[in-house]
Design a binder for this molecule. Structure first.
Ligand code: MN
Length: 449
């Protein structure tokens, strides 16, 4: 069993923190989570700092590192974090991550002798702004959502929905990291080449089919040397943790450009990540077996192992929520568009993605980001994109206030959430991944909240 799956005292559901908001039943950030992010006090030009989310607060690791009482090797692990360099800590690998997790868990527990010193290192999340959590290296987006692949394949190729390679090879493409932004950043409607089926020629125009894709993003911690593939049972040791990822997509641009080399400008104008990286250790209580439907081929041997079969999957609920500008103006809350479970949505595990990505000798590096692909459950209302929910735009959704949506309109705010909950474990969440659509053209301020 991978050490990332081992449960220890940091997972004890009975643990409580002296940070009172971390003990609220539905917080995403109880003491059992301890995700890493990059923040500064809102409205300042301070240098970005690395912090750990705890309840409604952030433990500022620059200040915390200077406090006394840290055991053993903690000073070594805290040094890059205190300097604002999350990548350097990520590259230290899983032993450092587990060691610091234990030290942080003990320091933030009720009764910790470090409470007095660390109390002064708390910053309220509500008074902070977040950056992308680390320097993001190369970005690869996979296509592990088999229900998404089947539904979208049917829309694009009615007679040939799921291509024959799908059950054998984890499909992916290389995206761009330059346009990845953190939750809360407005997303401008892109323009691109559009060509309707009856048009003689394409035209350049703002996309009329702007969509979201509900995905998970996995950050690589320690990489591999070029030419040295990562075996399936070592794969998880190279994963640092997960964020939510909205792979915004211009469906009309995509339909015209995607053959023969796959997505290009339909995808790389913006992708949004949630600000807190939830470590693989925090997710350890929420693992599930990897199973193939009866009749599907089993993975090739390099993508198969007893450990991957026993616990390669994640029991994690993912949701997409929409609030239109009119809903916001009328004081109406966001409406949920979809809810699915990763274990039902993903055809390949994270370990299989890492192993497949490196099987040719490709070197992954610290800070690389692997997207899961759109996570849609088996039922129609579990779909992680509007393309699926509206059946290619043919069946618009009706919202509670009477508005309809086939695709996103200017002023819409799309928010992704994820959380895990199980008997015998403390509920944890990934936080929020939100973005509001701005009109095409020169950047304008977002609509008033
Ligand atoms: Mn995608």
């Amino acid at each position: 069993m991978s050490a990332a799956l081992a449960l220890d005292e940091t997972h004890d559901p009975a643990l409580a923190s002296w940070v009172v908001s971390a003990n609220a039943a539905h917080t995403d950030f109880p003491i059992q989570n301890l995700p890493f992010g990059r923040f500064r006090r809102g409205g300042t030009a301070e240098a970005w700092r690395i912090g750990v989310a705890i309840g409604e607060q952030i433990l500022d690791l620059a200040g915390a590192a200077a406090a006394s009482g840290w055991p053993g090797e903690s000073a070594t692990w805290l040094a890059p974090l205190a300097a604002g360099d999350l990548n350097a800590f990520m590259a230290m690998g899983p032993a450092a991550r587990r060691g610091l997790r234990l030290a942080l868990s003990r320091a933030l527990r009720e009764g910790s002798p470090q409470q007095a010193a660390l109390q002064a290192c708390l910053v309220a999340q509500a008074r902070s702004e977040m950056a992308v959590p680390c320097r993001i290296g190369d970005y690869t987006d996979f296509y592990t959502g088999i229900h998404h692949a089947t539904t979208v394949g049917r829309l694009f190729r009615p007679d040939n929905p799921l291509l024959p390679n799908y059950p054998w090879v984890p499909i992916g493409y290389h995206g761009r990291s330059s346009s990845i932004v953190v939750s809360g950043t407005p997303v401008r409607r892109p323009q691109g080449q559009l060509k309707g089926p009856d048009d003689a020629a394409p035209q350049l125009a703002p996309t009329q089919r702007l969509d979201h894709e509900l995905e998970l993003g996995a950050f690589i911690g320690s990489g591999n040397r070029q030419g040295e593939p990562i075996g399936i049972d070592e794969a998880e040791e190279h994963l640092f943790g997960l964020v939510l990822l909205n792979d915004w997509s211009a469906r009309d641009v995509q339909a015209w450009e995607y053959q023969p080399l796959g997505p290009f400008l339909a995808k790389n104008f913006a992708s949004t990540v949630s600000p807190w990286i939830v470590t693989m250790e925090a997710l350890a209580p929420f693992r599930a077996p990897f199973e193939r439907p009866a009749g599907d081929p089993q993975p090739l041997p390099y993508l198969d192992s007893a450990a991957n079969r026993a616990s390669g999957q994640l029991d994690l609920v993912v949701e997409a929520w929409l609030q239109t500008a009119a809903m916001r103006a009328q004081g109406q809350p966001a409406v949920r568009l979809s809810r699915a479970n990763v274990r039902e949505a993903a055809y390949w595990t994270l370990a299989q993605l890492v192993t497949h990505h490196t099987v040719n000798g490709c070197n992954l590096q610290c800070g690389d980001l692997l997207g899961s692909g759109t996570l849609s459950g088996p039922a129609p209302d579990q779909a992680g994109s509007l393309l699926e929910l509206s059946m290619g735009g043919r069946q618009p959704l009706t919202l509670p206030n009477g508005e309809t949506r086939s695709f996103l309109q200017d002023g819409d705010t799309l928010t992704l959430r994820a959380w895990a909950e199980r008997a015998g474990a403390r509920r944890i969440g990934l936080g929020e991944c939100a973005g509001t659509v701005l009109p095409a053209g020169p950047l304008r301020p977002p609509p008033a909240p």
